[in-house]
Design a protein around this ligand. Structure first.
Ligand code: MCN
Length: 792
């Protein structure tokens, strides 16, 4: 079935209310912390108070003797008994040597390397007992100078012996000589220095893990707040604990948001699983919020210099980018891929720039590991491209939309100079619709009205593209991925015609239980209430690579479509048998099998019953049952794209920036559930605008303490900070999946930061402010205005 036929099926394009919300809204969701097992004990982690220190000794004696304490483990208890946390992506230096991969131990061995590093684990009968005993663990530290500023990382003390200059890798992409030549002959060159601020993920549910071990069967069960249970199991067993994979069942039940931060294998998950066997009981750990600030992987944290070479008319000739990327103290699961593969390949944006060269230096610093966070590399790339493109417009005296339209890619498929091939898109249509929805023609009048109130008003554009539907295994493998990135799905049709679907995707807020049910119901002619979606359990789902990179519908959904193709093919044979017709004459539509050219028909439920009640069945030709599994490996990424237009109003006396209007027109290809997609866009926009205006993870440059370790200092966006978003859609179906869908889960967070910052800078232009970094907090904005006034 092709995308255009699929889009016409019933339930496709219907804004059905989310099936899963009934349990969430009535308080019967089942999160990891809700799970309690018989004879369970509680784990608490002793964390490093220092950013960089040598561990001279750990005295666990007093803690171990405290009431209720079952065990206190430190690095020496695990050394040699398990591996370190692995990194899933190998990045090579330009000379072909591999990146530096220092050991990331489950409990610190010899040294701590950031505030919050896991040093010891206390397990006790109650949480309070474990907390009290953790206080009694004595660690003798010899403090060392931390490495906080990545620009000076190479001069700092080495965090790891393997990386004496603290550099993990240098990575390049593109033809440097061609780019340099284009710059040498350019009529105009625009330049920009940018900081992409460090973000700290804040899912509503903090991380949690609860592991048990069954001595009778030698099997482990790990409940964990995680986005990809099969990958967690693979890394845990094959790389760290050396266990046979089938002996470990990983269950990620309801998960209260992840935004990327729960796709990694964390030390705490390993430690409780190992301890469950040592102690012969279940061991439970739930992170508290302060611990989450310190120990969840952070996001972004780039420093970039970018340049664009243009001809006389503002046509882009070449782009040159250098980025320093902070990787934190250790390489987390996907850390190496984020500032490289997922970043450099997106630098073409929506533009036909003939040559692009990018160079990325990845640094170890004494900070929490940095890894994927909603968008992962693509928001960073979009921020560079879209801020630079607006800078080019202003340098040349062109309007923000004009320079974009002069350089938009027009013909598809389009091969970028940075490895990707875009299959479809219509960037002009997104721009036109966004300008209409945003009422751009009324902007001047609104600007004057703001001026009359003593306020500055600005407008900012961002025409983003992203690559999602991660990922074609062949391409990912060639770029260093150590695993395939396909997806699996199983469709089990029950005798009465209802259906259970087992998917390797994981829903932790994205509404898969609804949209995947819509997809299956549409194909089989059922009501979505007859379809249940099961996910998040390695014991029930055949296999899975999980949810990230806005891949679940385009990759996970396509695996289900492939299983449905098999179901349909077999059901047609059964229908042919029931109607005494030839297989080739059977047609299936709207839940009915018909014999071509006759009025003979049987409904789907009759066929499903016949599959399990095989009277007069040709058993030599047809197996009973209606249950099919499929794996799907995409042939390309999907390329959602759009234009966002932001309007801000700024009080120059206080520096307060207020987002007055925000318009997003996106192309997600064929959409299954518009309401869910709009919800995804809303969530992404709030995160992206939060990054632009409020959120900033900051470490003290001298001590390495996290200065933004609570909501007192780390400002999360709230509903009152936003206007009603104006959303529109353009549809150019993806050409290489049968749904025609492109991912929507990250687009809002990718498109919005540059739109906001371009609007802020547009508002402040005539006050002489030329540049400013995110987040545009009142303090920063006010300071920028004062500095511009002083230097005027
Ligand atoms: N969808 C659709 N039509 C389309 C595209 C998607 O109806 N053309 C639907 C899908 O069926 C799915 C939802 O929209 O129900 C999102 O689909 P998709 O874009 O495939 O993204 P994923 O389901 O793979 O979700 C991952 C994405 C990512 S990478 C992050 S980060 C993120 C996000 O989703 N984290 C989230 N959204 C989140 N939302 C919540 N509430 N919590 C998170 O942690």
């Amino acid at each position: 079935m092709g995308a255009s036929d699929f889009a016409k099926l019933p339930h496709i394009g219907e804004s059905l209310k989310r099936k899963e919300d009934a349990r969430f809204l009535t308080g019967v969701g089942n999160y990891t912390d809700d799970i309690n097992q018989a004879h369970q004990k509680y784990a608490v982690f002793v964390r490093s108070p220092h950013a960089h220190a040598r561990i001279k000794g750990i005295d666990t004696g007093a803690a171990a003797a405290m009431p209720g304490v079952a065990a206190v483990y430190s690095g020496k208890d695990i050394e040699g008994k398990m591996g370190g946390l692995p990194c899933g992506w190998l990045i090579s230096n330009p000379d072909g040597t591999p990146m530096k991969e220092p050991m990331h131990p489950i409990l610190a061995i010899g040294k701590v390397r950031y505030v919050g590093d896991h040093v010891a684990m206390v397990v006790a009968d109650s949480l309070q007992q474990a907390r009290d005993a953790a206080e009694a663990v004595q660690v003798d530290y010899e403090e060392l100078a931390p490495v906080i500023d990545m620009k000076r990382a190479k001069d700092g003390p080495a965090l790891h012996d393997e990386a004496p200059d603290n550099q993990c890798y240098k990575w390049t992409l593109g033809d440097k000589a061609a780019v340099d030549a284009a710059f040498a002959n350019a009529a105009h060159v625009s330049k920009l220095d940018l900081v992409n601020n460090r973000l700290i993920p804040n899912a509503i549910e903090p991380r949690a893990a609860n592991a048990s071990y069954n001595r009778a069967t030698d099997e482990y069960t790990l409940y964990v707040a995680n986005q990809n249970p099969h990958v967690e199991r693979l890394l845990l067993t094959a790389f760290v604990l050396g266990l046979p994979e089938h002996k470990v069942r990983v269950i990620a039940p309801d998960v209260g948001g992840g935004f990327g931060s729960k796709i990694f294998l964390y030390a705490e998950d390993v430690a409780v699983t190992w301890a469950a066997r040592q102690l012969g009981c279940a061991v439970k750990w739930t992170s508290d919020r302060s611990e989450a600030f310190l120990s969840d992987c952070h996001g972004r944290d780039h420093i970039t210099h970018a340049e664009m070479a243009m001809d006389q008319d503002g046509k882009f000739l070449a782009m040159r980018v250098h980025t320093d990327a902070n990787l934190g103290a250790y390489l987390s699961t996907f850390a190496s891929s984020v500032p490289t593969i997922l970043y450099g390949t997106l630098l073409a944006g929506q533009y036909a720039t003939p040559q692009i060269y990018v160079e990325v230096d990845g640094w170890f610093t004494s900070t929490a590991p940095v890894d994927a966070y909603r968008g992962a590399g693509r928001p960073e790339a979009t921020y560079v491209v879209e801020r630079l493109v607006t800078r080019c417009a202003w340098d040349l005296g062109l309007a923000q939309d004009e320079i974009r339209k002069r350089n938009f890619i027009k013909d598809f498929p389009y091969q970028t100079p940075v490895a990707l091939q875009y299959d479809t898109g219509d960037y002009f249509a997104c721009m036109d619709q966004a300008q209409q929805l945003a009422d751009v023609s009324g902007f001047e009048a609104r600007r004057k009205a703001s001026e009359a109130k003593g306020l500055k008003r600005g407008i900012g554009y961002s025409s983003y593209i992203e690559a999602c539907g991660l990922a074609p295994s062949n391409i990912a493998g060639a770029l260093g991925a150590r695993a395939g990135l396909f997806e699996a799905g199983e469709v089990r049709v029950h005798p009465t015609g209802s259906v259970t679907v087992f998917t390797g995707s994981h829903s932790h807020g994205q509404g898969h239980e609804t949209t995947f049910a819509q997809l299956v119901a549409a194909r089989l002619g059922l009501d979505p209430s007859q379809v249940d979606i099961v996910h998040g359990d390695t014991g029930r789902v055949p296999f899975g690579m999980g949810t990230y990179g806005s891949r679940s519908l385009s990759v996970g959904g396509t695996a289900i479509m492939k299983a449905l193709d098999k179901i349909e093919a077999k059901a047609k044979k059964i229908a042919a048998h029931l109607m005494e017709a030839s297989d080739a004459d059977i047609e299936f539509a709207n839940g009915e099998f018909t014999v071509k050219g006759t009025d003979k028909k049987v409904p789907f439920a009759q066929v499903s019953l016949a599959a399990y009640v095989p009277h007069n069945y040709p058993l030599d030709k047809l197996e009973p049952g209606l249950n099919e599994t499929a794996f799907y490996d995409p042939t390309n990424f999907t390329y959602p794209a759009g234009t966002h237009i932001c309007e801000v109003e700024i009080d120059p006396e206080t520096g307060v920036v207020r987002v007055d209007r925000y318009t997003a027109v996106d192309d997600f290809g064929v959409i299954i559930n518009p309401m869910i997609v709009e919800g995804q866009v809303h969530g992404g926009l709030v995160q992206g605008i939060g990054q632009a205006l409020q959120e900033y993870g900051v470490y003290d440059p001298d001590s390495g303490q996290l200065l933004t370790g609570s909501y007192m200092d780390y400002q999360m966006p709230r509903a009152e900070d936003f206007p009603q978003f104006r959303l529109g859609h353009v549809c150019t179906p993806c050409t290489h999946n049968p749904i025609g869908a492109k991912g929507c889960g990250e687009a809002g967070a990718i498109g919005s930061p540059p739109a906001v910052m371009n609007a802020v800078l547009d508002a402040l232009k005539d006050l002489g402010v030329r540049d400013m970094d995110m987040p545009a907090t009142p303090h920063r904005t006010w300071q920028a205005i004062q500095q511009a006034r002083q230097s005027a």
